[in-house]
Design a protein. Structure first.
Length: 333
């Protein structure tokens, strides 16, 4: 088992802006440690300060107070070139690059080591090849950047960060422009890379459900409660996730660790059974404003039995339905 080490340590950090003589604090009293071999996700609403926090940790923006340690040394004590060998950054902005192949762009990740002329040595080329192999984009290496899809470009940028050979990779909204399957693939790739390379991977994202399923640790940034930090499971158990989602019209299911949209329910119907069909019927009824319970009495009531939907009436009549659509029509929404 690979030994994990402290790579980023934050103590009593305050972040924000100083504009002329005014100071605006976005968040304060942030203390946490990030380890190698972990995928950590920063979650929070738009405008809450996620980008400010990311810029502060990457030294793109000065902190207002507190300490940031990179591998045990204060971030201000590093020269810019030295820091570039420790932290690589992947930004969310789309870029317009022409007349450059994916391999050439990935090779730019070697710039902290290549000197003024930027000429790659044989060893540099081997490192670029390894980065391409880790991200599994051998088929893209010779393609021109402007011909790649958003997802393909993002993979190239991650390979560039790997070629930079830093123990820490920070990413700002790496799934922002991707369709859902590509989002899943990207998050799984980053989690896998954190394990196979033993690097620290820290990213901000709006993809809450994916982060809760894939991340090792969550930084939950909230206006009222500051930043809560822990595994998705611990934040679920202590109520942090439920509290965070409740004010946004979302119900967090502590049993499954997932969330669903909150719907106002005006009716309740009895339903017996279990399994996938039970869960899907419950989901459909909630969307229509009908709460499901095993405890109430109702006419009709629903029974899920042997993968079929049975609608029982008080007169003894039972209708066997093949689809949830049929059920929704039968119970007179």
């Amino acid at each position: 088992m690979i030994e994990r080490q402290k790579t980023i340590e934050i103590k009593d950090l305050s972040i924000g802006y100083i504009d002329k003589k005014n100071k605006k604090t976005v968040a304060e009293k942030i203390s946490s440690t990030i380890y190698s071999g972990e995928l950590t996700c920063l979650l929070g609403a738009n405008g809450i300060g996620k980008s400010t926090l990311m810029r502060t940790i990457t030294a793109f923006q000065p902190k207002l107070g507190g300490k940031i340690y990179i591998l045990g040394k204060e971030i201000e004590d590093y020269a810019e070139k030295e820091l570039a060998t420790l932290v690589s950054v992947v930004l969310t902005e789309k870029f317009d690059i022409k007349n450059m192949t994916a391999r050439e762009l990935i090779g730019l990740g070697r710039s902290p080591y290549t000197g003024f002329w930027g000429k790659l040595s044989d060893n540099d080329h081997k490192i670029v090849d390894k980065a391409i192999s880790l991200v599994k984009i051998d088929n893209l290496a010779s393609r021109m950047i402007h011909t790649l899809s958003d997802g393909e470009r993002q993979k190239v940028m991650i390979a560039k960060a790997l070629a930079q050979e830093t123990p820490i990779i920070l990413l700002d909204e790496p799934t922002a422009f991707l369709d859902f399957p590509s989002k899943v693939e990207m998050m799984q790739l980053l989690h896998q890379l954190s394990r196979t390379t033993n690097k620290t991977i820290f990213l901000s994202t709006h993809d809450l459900e994916l982060a809760l399923q894939i991340a090792d640790r969550i930084w939950l940034m909230d206006k009222d409660n500051g930043i809560k930090i822990g595994t998705p499971e611990d934040l679920s158990i202590d109520g942090s996730l439920s509290h965070f989602f409740a004010r946004k019209g979302i119900i967090f299911d502590t049993d499954t660790g997932l969330f669903r949209v909150s719907n106002e329910c005006e009716k309740t119907i009895r339903m017996k059974g279990h399994g996938q069909i039970y869960a899907m019927v419950r989901k459909a009824l909630l969307r229509e404003g009908i709460m499901v319970s095993r405890e109430v009495e109702s006419d009709p009531y629903i029974e899920i039995k042997e993968q079929r939907i049975n609608l029982h009436y008080s007169n003894g009549q039972v209708k066997v339905l093949d689809t949830i659509e049929e059920l929704l029509r039968q119970i007179e929404l």
